[in-house]
Design a protein around this ligand. Structure first.
Ligand SMILES: [Zn+2]
Length: 474
């Protein structure tokens, strides 16, 4: 993992070092906690910055036979780090092995391999650094040349932390993203009604009809826009595109509000209606809508009960994606209500389905209007990235791709952009050297810089939001 890590040809190395490396980072979808940015949080030690909330690492530790008390339990922070360090040598060929050492190198200038023997030394060295001002979370973002971050926020979120970040004139733009998953999830009537009650409080309205519900949600959508939000995001097994009438949705809503659960068919109709309405709002405001499709979540009910969601009990689902996507996007397109859209899929067998689906709705109004999103979650690794890039290249325009994002909860995840860039440059470099692509380094370098940065900047209309970028000319 030296400076030419993952770069297998001279041209690949040149493309990476001369064109990709220095490009700023736009992280247009992640799960960073905005309160920690607003407070310019300082981590007390490496474990808190690195292992807290990281279900990727927990899964690896559990698979390695490490007791839960070292993952999410009550062992002290050094004991947890020690167990993670013992696990790392067993993660060979898992992306965690690469991520771990890239993160140690890039943030901490630590070039040792993490294992049981080096754990204490690395823990002490990184912890000492984390306690200095240079390692506050805002400085961690600066260190990685991040220009824009979009967090993930519920419509009922006050966005008070975003307001404080704005008031502080933080030069890195931190925008909220509108993620209304809970607003359309009626699986548990009690949970949904509590959510509606919360929405009433936040909007200072009383919601006694579907119209009132939509009005309150729209008020939040408008509010998010005033806070700089220009993206929405949805985490779904699949998009919902059932036929429905307004009267049916009104009846379903009233049933739920009176405490009655509804049939599976009505559940799907309600989700379909909500998803369609959110999409229309996104289009009206010129937002970008993102759909993360295909996760089968919360599979281990025993441990879910103890630890809650997002603690590592999710997997790739085998949902059918094509037909509903076609109907959902088609219905919007038909009425000229289709916003710029990014589709992420979690099942790699759907790569070509998604890559060809986006082509159906690119209407020439803007380059790359409908995007096949970056390899995500379980696919966020070398093989997954190569496959996503190849499917997109074969069936669409890789050159118009908005590129990488972290989708992470950790401030130490930004080397994932570097990882992606190395893979991208390697693919182009190797095909130039074997004669499949022209030996036009300047043009290829431009394409690479576009994918690393400019395409996202243009697509999200963030030109000028970030500081002027010095173009690399090599
Ligand atoms: Zn996400």
């Amino acid at each position: 993992m030296d400076e030419d890590f993952l770069l297998n040809s001279e041209t690949s190395k040149h493309l990476y070092h001369a064109y990709a490396k220095e490009m700023p980072v736009i992280d247009y979808h992640c799960h960073l906690p905005p309160d920690q940015i607003a407070n310019d949080h300082q981590f007390e030690n490496l474990t808190q910055a690195w292992l807290y909330g990281d279900h990727y690492k927990w899964r690896a530790m559990r698979a390695n036979g490490i007791h839960e008390s070292y993952c999410t339990g009550n062992k002290n922070d050094f004991e947890k780090l020690q167990k993670w360090a013992e696990t790392v040598p067993y993660t060979l060929r898992n992306p965690l092995y690469h991520w771990t050492h890239l993160e140690l190198q890039r943030y901490f200038d630590v070039h040792d391999i993490l294992n049981a023997n080096t754990a204490e030394k690395i823990y002490k060295e990184c912890t000492a650094k984390l306690q200095t001002p240079a390692y506050s979370v805002c400085n961690l973002l600066r260190k990685m040349n991040v220009k824009v971050v979009c967090t993930t926020d519920d419509p009922v979120d006050s966005l008070e932390h975003h307001q404080r970040i704005k008031d502080d004139d933080f030069e890195i733009k931190i925008f909220p993203a509108f993620r209304p998953d809970k607003a359309m999830n009626i699986d548990d009537v009690g949970v949904f009604n509590a959510y509606v009650n919360k929405l009433e409080d936040v909007t200072n309205t009383s919601i006694d009809s579907l119209a009132g519900y939509l009005k309150a949600l729209k008020q939040r959508h408008d509010f998010f826009a005033t806070m700089g939000c220009t993206v929405s995001d949805h985490g779904l097994e699949q998009v919902y595109a059932e036929d429905y009438t307004d009267a049916e949705i009104e009846n379903i809503f009233n049933s739920i509000r009176s405490g009655k659960s509804v049939t599976m068919q009505d559940n799907l109709k309600f989700r379909s209606a909500m998803l369609h309405i959110f999409a229309i709002w996104d289009h009206e405001k010129g937002w970008v809508q993102q759909y993360h499709l295909g996760a089968l979540r919360n599979n281990n009910s025993r441990l879910l009960k103890h630890l809650g969601a997002d603690t590592g009990w999710d997997s790739i689902g085998d949902f059918s994606q094509g037909k509903a996507l076609s109907k959902f996007l088609g219905r919007l397109d038909q009425n000229n209500q289709l916003a710029k859209t990014i589709l992420y899929n979690l099942n790699p067998s759907d790569n070509e389905v998604i890559a060809t689906m986006v082509g159906n709705f690119n209407d020439g109004s803007v380059a790359g209007k409908i995007q096949f999103g970056s390899a995500w979650w379980f696919l966020d690794q070398k093989d997954g990235m190569n496959k996503q890039i190849n499917a997109l290249s074969n069936m669409g325009l890789l050159s118009r791709f908005v590129g990488m994002l972290t989708d992470s909860r950790s401030f130490l995840s930004y080397p994932r952009h570097e990882y992606f860039r190395r893979i991208l440059c390697n693919l182009f470099g190797e095909e130039i050297e074997n004669g499949e692509l022209p030996d036009d380094i300047a043009w290829t370098g431009k394409i690479i810089q576009d994918i690393c940065y400019h395409n996202a900047s243009n697509y999200f209309n963030w030109k000028g939001q970030e500081q002027t970028v010095k173009l690399v000319t090599a």
